[in-house]
Design a protein around this ligand. Sequence first.
Ligand SMILES: C[S@@+](CC[C@H](N)C(=O)[O-])C[C@H]1O[C@@H](n2cnc3c(N)ncnc32)[C@H](O)[C@@H]1O
Length: 302
Amino acid sequence: MVSTARRNTGVDGVDGGVGLTALLVAAARAIETHRHDSLARDVYAEHFVRAAPACAAWPVRIEDVADGDANPLWGRFARYFGLRTRVLDDFLRHAVQAEGVRQVVLLGAGLDTRAFRLDWPRDCVCYEIDRHGVLAFKHEVLDGVSARPRAARVPIPIDLRDDWVGALLDAGFDTGAPSAWLAEGLLFYLPRAVETYLIDTIDGLSTGGSALAYEVKLERDLLAYRDSPLYTSTKHQIGIDLLDLFDGEPRPDSAGDLAGRGWSTTVHTPFDFTRRHGRGPLPEENDALAGNRWVFADKPRP
Ligand SMILES: C[S@@+](CC[C@H](N)C(=O)[O-])C[C@H]1O[C@@H](n2cnc3c(N)ncnc32)[C@H](O)[C@@H]1O
């Protein structure tokens, strides 16, 4: 299969490369959790940050940040992740509560703790796919705080360039039953052929009544906003060069592809949800979030 950019996968765990971005999201969720007006709560997030030497000096509360909400990374960008977490929590809640889905697949799950913190129906299964080193770190931390999953949780330590479909089927995924899929903060790290394969595969594994949510970036975002406060602060404050980690190839039109396969799709900017919830990031000049789109897709029942 096509390779993920080598720079992304040089480090298997959370100490560097794309794995470190999972800790960035965890730190943002910790900050969000401690806000008085939090959009989403994740009590495990700060434990990941505290356990990883790579981010020993990172904040877990906005009060720990000298310039507070004016800080582009720990203010606006962290709030963005908080909003994204809430919106995708709601997507999964809807899939299980209103649509009766009982199997959930988190692609590039990273330090997502939804299996531990959302109210799942008793018979729900949550599959988490990420690379071995990331999941090993996650388990070490969660075991350390005696976290108990609230759904049947099935971690699948595998690279999405390898035979993850075989691993998912071996783990018990049922292609005859509706499923909910999430690719949160993942696709822009993958080459276009891998994204195309992923979407094609999800379609093939999804029966009617299934749902998918994912995040993409419009192509022009990558270079047009290279000097934006979000990218430069993330690089200079914590050493993560997102533009170096993102795949630079032209992006496929996955939403259009899904629509062509009969899925019903809606595409939102994050700002749509900021307005809906009354808090979160709003557009600004030279905005690295300008090209972010959150896509929701439903496969009609026969
Ligand atoms: C920004 S993090 C997002 C994690 C999680 N979805 C969240 O929102 O908290 C990106 C995740 O994608 C995973 N990832 C990137 N490329 C991958 C690949 N080729 N195979 C499996 N996982 C991958 C990384 O290990 C990392 O955990």
